[in-house]
Design a protein around this ligand. Structure first.
Ligand SMILES: [Mg+2]
Ligand SMILES: [Zn+2]
Length: 190
């Protein structure tokens, strides 16, 4: 009998890991800039056995800056572009809540990872999360996945924290490509 949680996943934060952050949010396609090396990293990951799952806070929806429909369509465009360039995204979870709303989905809460675990039969113990913010690391730790911090996006601000706080302990990588190589090599040698 196949176990309920069979598939390892790589959870990806989107903004600051795959596309460039903007202080005023990514609101339209002309504001989408793929981070250097992200597409080649996604191609590398597409060839791995991992489920590739986006986990992204989009508080601009809850703040009324853009509608959920608009942001979901923009996200679909980003995912399509990744597929077009040889990558693969198996699922996406978008938290629409503003930071002043209590929810179990907005990172640092682990709700989106736990929802993915149930909907995609994810084995969290064999899974990874790549993020550029301490809230990504906190969400990953709460879901008991292996957490990786990248220096792209806001990442450099959190290096000390993830290196020194035992509850946040995470290896630090230049970017998603270096983090992907680390995971992929680990999978090969395991
Ligand atoms: Mg981010
Ligand atoms: Zn939420």
């Amino acid at each position: 009998m196949q176990s309920l949680h069979s598939y390892p996943a790589i959870f990806l934060d989107r903004d600051g890991v795959v596309i460039e952050n903007r202080a005023d949010y990514v609101k339209s396609w002309d504001e989408v800039t793929f981070i250097s090396g992200a597409i080649s990293a996604l191609r590398l990951l597409a060839a791995s056995p991992y489920r590739i799952i986006f986990i992204t806070n989009q508080a601009l929806i809850g703040r009324g800056i853009r509608s959920a429909e608009h942001i979901e369509a923009l996200h679909a465009q980003i995912v399509n572009e990744i597929f077009r360039q040889g990558g693969r995204i198996d699922a996406s979870y978008i938290c629409p809540h503003a930071s002043n709303v209590i929810s179990n989905c907005r990172k640092p809460a682990p709700g989106m990872l736990l929802q993915a675990q149930n909907e995609h039969q994810i084995d969290l113990a064999q899974s990874f999360l790549i993020g550029d913010n301490v809230t990504d690391i906190q969400a990953g730790k709460a879901a008991k996945v292996t957490t990786l911090l990248v220096k792209t996006g806001w990442g450099t601000q959190f290096i000390n924290q993830v290196q020194n706080d035992p509850l946040l302990k995470s290896p630090v990588f230049e970017d998603i490509h270096e983090a992907a190589q680390f995971i992929f090599q680990g999978a090969i040698s395991a």
